[in-house]
Design a protein around this ligand. Sequence first.
Ligand code: ARG
Length: 248
Amino acid sequence: MKKMLVTLLSVVLCVSFLTACGDSGAGDVLTVGTNAEFPPFEYLGDDGQPDGFDVALIKAIGEKLGREVVIENLEFDSLVASIGTKIDVAIAAMTVTPERQEMVDFSDSYYEAVQYVIIPADSTIATAADLEGKTIGVQLGTTGDFIASEIPGVTVSSFKKAVDAVNDLINGRVDCVIVDRNPALVFAENFPGQVVSLEGVQFGFEPEYYAIAMPKGDTEMAEQINGALQELIEDGTFDELVATYIEQ
Ligand code: ARG
């Protein structure tokens, strides 16, 4: 009997030791990078703290995983390189691209997007052909930046914040801004009558897919994040967040 108890005790000890030392990360802080300049996905709330769809989504994922989420507000083009060092993962309306996939892994995609073109209300830009000779404002290191840079005969003006590109559009320093659909709609709404946003299909832009960027090769992290994401989709939380933050 005594022997059995000792065995049982050592099994319990072993299991708790393994659980504590396992790299499941449960209980650990999950440090998440974003660039809180991209409404409605991420922005600074009235209290100066990062808020938005992505912030709410990653907090809900953290809750499912039993990990406290700490948000680091970084420059967008520094996020990918910071994964695994300064931050554990990044959520930043980040499009899955083959170039980024060389440096990081992506979770399952959680949102479909496309680039839009914001123009002054009196602009004649309507199709891809009209972009020739124009100056295009973009956020540095974004897919909008990559797409604009591929268009022949244009000048690309890149900004650390997407909103600064929009400000230069208002000031007449750029002819249009290429930026993701939902932020384009928000920015256009902020300058009623002054700017218009045009759908990307008119310019031949392809759909893009947002996902959470994670350390390359960390399959355990990927399983946990994808599992939590799936649960949030199934229990309706995901749709609630879309309704709260995106489809207002
Ligand atoms: N979807 C675009 C990309 O991946 C833009 C994302 C910008 N996100 C941000 N939080 N500023 O390049």
